[in-house]
Design a protein around this ligand. Structure first.
Ligand SMILES: NC(=O)c1ccc[n+]([C@@H]2O[C@H](COP(=O)([O-])OP(=O)(O)OC[C@H]3O[C@@H](n4cnc5c(N)ncnc54)[C@H](OP(=O)(O)O)[C@@H]3O)[C@@H](O)[C@H]2O)c1
Length: 245
């Protein structure tokens, strides 16, 4: 791994390279093909690399909670984040692993899967849903997960982020998918984008990493790492002119 921006350094310390400000922070981590597709054959794995997986793990280790849309949880077969030896130092003073928080209206989740049945008490899966979600599914989910109700027909993501932070989960890592990302950006909640750019053209109809509501978030390029033709970019939201002024 080599850092090529803002300075050049071989084998940079990745934990330091991805350090985030203390307190409330929301970063999105995504991988994209060179032509902007967010999945290959329906999954992100075909776009990834060994370096991408290393950074993926470090970002998880640095986070207080991993946020994901229900479609990502279903298609990528999410389980709980398991503690790693390499996280020990960077999670000092925090639980050994972050919980996963799933955003869903329909609650069409496999509630018998390890994501719900094999969590540790310190990292019970969180289900973020709506008042209109089926009551029986909500009750079923509450047996093995913490259920947050935030909004009537759609999850109000500003409210959801507030609820997570009220539980002490300040550093939110969103792992997608694109439909959730678009709403987070539209709500002005995105502080950072960690984007892996894969050296692959895929065509087809894969969504971009934000899919849905249009919005504009101005970003500054904070860092670029490179390995085996993959680029690992960190973009941080620029403080707006009004705020700066
Ligand atoms: N390239 C990458 O890094 C990457 C990362 C993640 C995922 N992916 C790929 O992206 C695809 C999935 O992404 P996606 O964009 O289709 O879906 P998504 O954002 O993962 O999930 C969409 C689902 O989340 C729930 N949801 C989202 N916003 C909501 C709201 N405001 N209120 C209530 N529920 C809400 C709904 O779940 P219900 O249907 O349960 O109500 C909705 O169907 C997969 O192919 C996955 O492999 C790629």
């Amino acid at each position: 791994m080599r850092r090529i921006h803002p300075d050049i350094e071989d084998d940079p310390d990745l934990v330091a390279a991805y350090a985030q400000p203390p307190g409330e922070w929301l970063r999105i981590n995504m991988v994209s093909s060179a032509d902007g597709g967010a999945w290959l054959k329906g999954l992100s794995g075909g776009l990834s690399s060994e370096g991408d997986r290393r950074i993926f793990g470090i970002l998880r280790g640095l986070s207080d909670v991993i946020l994901a849309g229900a479609a990502t949880v279903r298609t990528e077969g999410y389980g709980p984040a398991r503690p790693r030896e390499s996280w020990r130092a960077l999670r000092a003073g925090r639980p050994p692993a972050p919980p996963v928080a799933v955003v869903t209206r329909r609650l069409d989740l496999d509630l018998g899967s390890p994501l719900f049945t094999e969590t540790e008490p310190y990292a019970r899966t969180i289900v973020i849903t709506t008042e209109s979600a089926p009551a029986d599914r909500r009750a079923e989910a509450a047996k093995n997960a913490d259920v947050i109700v935030a909004g009537e027909y759609r999850v109000d993501l500003t409210l959801a982020a507030r609820e997570l932070r009220d539980r002490g989960l300040a550093a939110i890592l969103c792992e997608g998918g694109p439909r959730l990302n678009a709403q987070l950006a539209a709500a002005g909640l995105v502080d950072e984008l960690c984007l892996t750019l894969s050296p692959l053209l895929i065509g087809g109809d894969a969504a971009r990493i934000l899919n849905g509501t249009a919005s504009q978030t101005r970003l500054g390029l904070a860092q670029v790492l490179q390995e085996e033709g993959f680029l690992f970019c960190r973009y941080v939201r620029e403080v707006s002119d009004e705020l700066a002024g």
